[in-house]
Ligand binder design. Structure first.
Ligand code: FRU
Length: 483
């Protein structure tokens, strides 16, 4: 380790130590979600299962609960449930990354756990430079920086050029990068390499002016490309979309295109962009495939510049967390997200109601309460016009059967005024909810739609209520969750 690296590590660990007690005592500290030990977390990075162990890295500013020079923090796990905090993977110690080791991905290259990430550099005038950099590890814990492998911008693009996602196909390495054209349009660019050292720009794969897309935001962050069940999928986080009906109400979006790609030409014939999430906080997700062949997605449960400074955890020196891992599938041209089955290990103390009649009176079912629970509501096709859930007096989920609209309302993090997000749900069958101390992840119809949101209820409020405008007999299950 260089002296500069050592110094940054020491300073970061000193921050962790200094605020540890305060951070841990925060009532909004989550129990089964990955969080920063102190400071700010944003994107999931380097998500991979390597030699049987899952590794999750994350964008981390250890020095403040706000954005700044980013490190890569690191957790590992053998089951995606019990996580171990690992030493810092990357600190912004070198000239090519001095303003942050920005987002990137991980692959196995000749037996080494290899990271590809963006070195972010800003001069005194605020001018930005971006380098795509490599770091390697033999043990999956200690990383050696190899420096930039792409140090030039492709012609016609600005320095908003970052977040490389790398994969191997047919013996060749591919890298997809988030980019902005000089006329400020978002695109995803494709690179290729034979040896992981020399990378060639082969062309834009999607974005403004490519194929059917006219203009779609001023920057595309965190692209991810993969095949799933016979289709090619591009996930991307575009910035600059305007709200339209029920969609694009968050500050920035995360969603996907499905189609057929030819990586060597390169072309990607794809359909419309679909949001991955309908809630308030979901951004910059990353996927990986594990040794059981599952394609697993994890997102940041936050959105850049959206109420970030209003989170009540900031006064306790930390902010943000990641989502639970979810398995992806394709169904009727849509991505389905299902919580990975390992999460069942967290379940204990089950409560179950079979064919329970729910009425227009607000009902609290015996034993259906808590702050850290999983809930499963089934048989919902029989519910009347309106069915409604409330969570700890702070958030409300409403299904309007006639309008076929699902609505999530929550109290705004700061103003406490109600705000809402909505989507169409043709027919409601089931709702599965993961509640942690300060988050809700709501999976509709086996993951056809997902609402992911932070919320900050009165920590002592454990109430969960349900109500149906017409009597309905449903199945309700609840488990306490604990790591
Ligand atoms: C997305 C993002 C990435 C960037 C990283 C910096 O949230 O802006 O584009 O690499 O965060 O932390």
């Amino acid at each position: 380790m260089t002296e500069k690296e050592q110094e940054l590590h020491n300073r970061a660990y000193a921050e962790v130590k200094r605020h540890q007690q305060q951070v841990m005592a925060d009532p909004y500290r989550q129990s089964f979600h990955l969080m920063p030990p102190v400071g700010l977390l944003n994107d999931p990075n380097g998500w991979i299962q390597w030699n049987g162990t899952y590794h999750m890295f994350y964008q981390w500013n250890p020095f403040a609960a706000s954005h700044g020079a980013k490190f890569w923090g690191h957790y590992s796990s053998t089951d995606m449930v019990n996580w171990t905090e690992e030493p810092i993977a990357l600190a912004p110690s070198e000239w090519f990354e001095k303003n942050g080791c920005y987002s990137g991905s991980a692959v196995d290259v000749n037996g080494q756990l290899t990271l590809m990430y963006t070195g972010n550099v800003k001069d005194e005038k605020g001018n930005r430079q971006s380098y795509q950099c490599v770091a390697t590890s033999d043990d999956g814990v200690h990383f050696d920086k190899k420096g930039p492998v792409v140090d030039e911008l492709p012609e016609g693009y600005t320095a908003h050029f970052r977040d490389p996602k790398v994969w191997q196909e047919n013996g060749r390495w591919y890298m997809i990068i988030g980019a902005q054209t000089e006329d400020e349009q978002g695109r995803a660019l494709l690179y290729q390499s034979e040896d992981f050292q020399t990378w060639t720009f082969t062309g834009p794969l999607a974005g403004a002016g490519i194929g059917q897309v006219d203009s779609f935001g001023y920057m595309w962050e965190c692209p991810d490309m993969f095949s799933l069940e016979g289709k090619d999928i591009l996930i991307v986080s575009p910035q600059g979309l305007e709200p339209e009906g029920m969609v694009y109400h968050n500050k920035y979006q995360a969603g996907y295109f499905i189609g057929e790609a030819n990586l060597n030409d390169p072309v990607f014939h794809h359909g419309e962009f679909t949001e991955l999430d309908r809630g308030f906080e979901f951004y910059a997700p990353q996927t990986t495939v594990d040794d059981r062949g599952r394609r697993i997605i994890v997102g940041w449960m936050g959105v850049p510049e959206q109420d970030e400074e209003d989170h009540p955890t900031i006064e306790n020196q930390w902010v943000h967390c990641l989502t639970i891992p979810r398995e992806l599938h394709l169904s009727n041209g849509r991505l389905l997200q299902k919580p990975v089955e390992e999460l069942k290990q967290l379940r204990h103390t089950p409560v179950r109601f079979e064919q329970k009649e729910i009425h227009a009176r607000t009902t609290q079912l015996d034993g259906i309460a808590g702050t850290t629970v999983e809930l499963l509501f089934e048989n919902l096709s029989t519910v009347g016009e309106l069915f409604e859930w409330t969570f700890r007096g702070d958030a409300r989920l409403i299904y309007n059967k006639q309008e076929r609209i699902m609505t999530l309302e929550r109290k705004h993090i700061k103003t406490r005024l109600m705000e809402r997000r909505q989507c169409y749900v043709e027919q409601l069958h089931d709702v599965q909810i993961f509640m942690d101390s300060s988050s809700l992840e709501i999976f509709i119809n086996g993951g056809e739609e997902v609402f992911t949101s932070r919320y900050f209820p009165d920590p002592s409020d454990q109430s969960i209520t349900i109500r149906s405008s017409q009597p309905a007999a449903i199945t309700v299950q609840k488990w306490d969750l604990d790591v």
